[in-house]
Design a protein around this ligand. Structure first.
Ligand SMILES: NC(=O)c1ccc[n+]([C@@H]2O[C@H](COP(=O)([O-])OP(=O)(O)OC[C@H]3O[C@@H](n4cnc5c(N)ncnc54)[C@H](OP(=O)(O)O)[C@@H]3O)[C@@H](O)[C@H]2O)c1
Length: 240
């Protein structure tokens, strides 16, 4: 992006964050999704949580609208997307050697179609470290987890990422790739960020709360537009 364009985008984002932000969250009933909701509400944002199981969501707030909808159907997404500034996805598939997975790619396609229909451009979605091979990936990820019970999930994350790269030049996406997620509270430390398939020499984990905060920071930042960034917590790196 040339510098004039990014200054203009930064001004647009700043202006909208000063007025008010409204975000749609999908995968909102998962542990990261729930943290995205509370962090967004804490920032004063309006939130539309698109869920398949409303009973899993017991946050009540006047700025939170919970909608039961199918995230694989673009018209159901579009119906609820009007007026939103961004979509945040914490959708996740179920691990398992024999468990098929297409929820990242299929929900991704439906969300992008809905965004185009409504004219929304900002998308921030989670995949994971190592969606493609990289010699810097931790041994356990590269040779144990990825070829076994995470293989179908990671394969579909890769399909989703490739779709964004090849077919979504009109969408301001940021793909956030975390390592193992923990339920530790945020330590308020800086999230380590690196473009690519992992963060080299960093801890192999990040708290879901820090991940949620980072994703929400992306909503109002011109950084990482049309980028795929790996993140990590900033605790001590594991010994090699
Ligand atoms: N766990 C880790 O260590 C780890 C590491 C790297 C990356 N990640 C990625 O980080 C993200 C967040 O993970 P998490 O563990 O916090 O959450 P999660 O348990 O993976 O939550 C999954 C969310 O996606 C929703 N979902 C799945 N399939 C759906 C479908 N067909 N229709 C509608 N909703 C659907 C679930 O809805 P229901 O509540 O209705 O089931 C839930 O809200 C995921 O993408 C995960 O793959 C996780």
């Amino acid at each position: 992006m040339n510098s004039l364009k990014s200054v203009y985008l930064a001004m647009q984002i700043k202006a909208s964050s000063i007025t008010k932000m409204k975000v749609m969250i999908i995968g909102a009933t998962g542990p990261t999704g729930l943290l995205l909701i509370s962090e967004a509400l804490a920032r004063g944002y309006e939130v539309v949580a698109l869920v398949r199981n409303p009973e899993k969501l017991n946050i009540i707030h006047d700025k939170l609208k919970v909608v039961q909808a199918n995230i694989l159907k673009s018209d159901e997404i579009a119906e609820n997307l009007k007026g939103c500034d961004a979509v945040l996805s914490a959708v996740g598939g179920r691990p398992g050697i024999m468990t098929p997975c297409d929820v990242y790619s299929k929900s991704g396609e439906a969300v992008v179609k809905a965004m185009r229909d409504v004219g929304i451009k900002r998308l921030i979605a989670i995949t994971a470290w190592g969606t493609k091979d990289d010699p810097d990936l931790p041994f356990i990820w590269r040779w144990v987890l990825k070829p076994s019970f995470l293989r179908n999930i990671v394969k579909d994350m890769e399909v989703f990422e490739d779709f964004l790269t090849k077919d979504c030049a009109d969408i301001n996406y940021t793909v956030v790739r975390p390592p193992k997620l923990t339920n530790n509270p945020s330590e308020g430390e800086k999230v380590l960020v690196q473009e690519g398939l992992c963060v080299v020499d960093a801890p192999n984990s990040i708290s879901r709360q820090d991940l949620a905060k980072f994703m929400l920071d992306c909503v109002t930042s011109p950084d990482y537009i049309r980028k795929m960034v790996s993140v990590a917590g900033s605790g001590p790196a594991p010994k090699k």
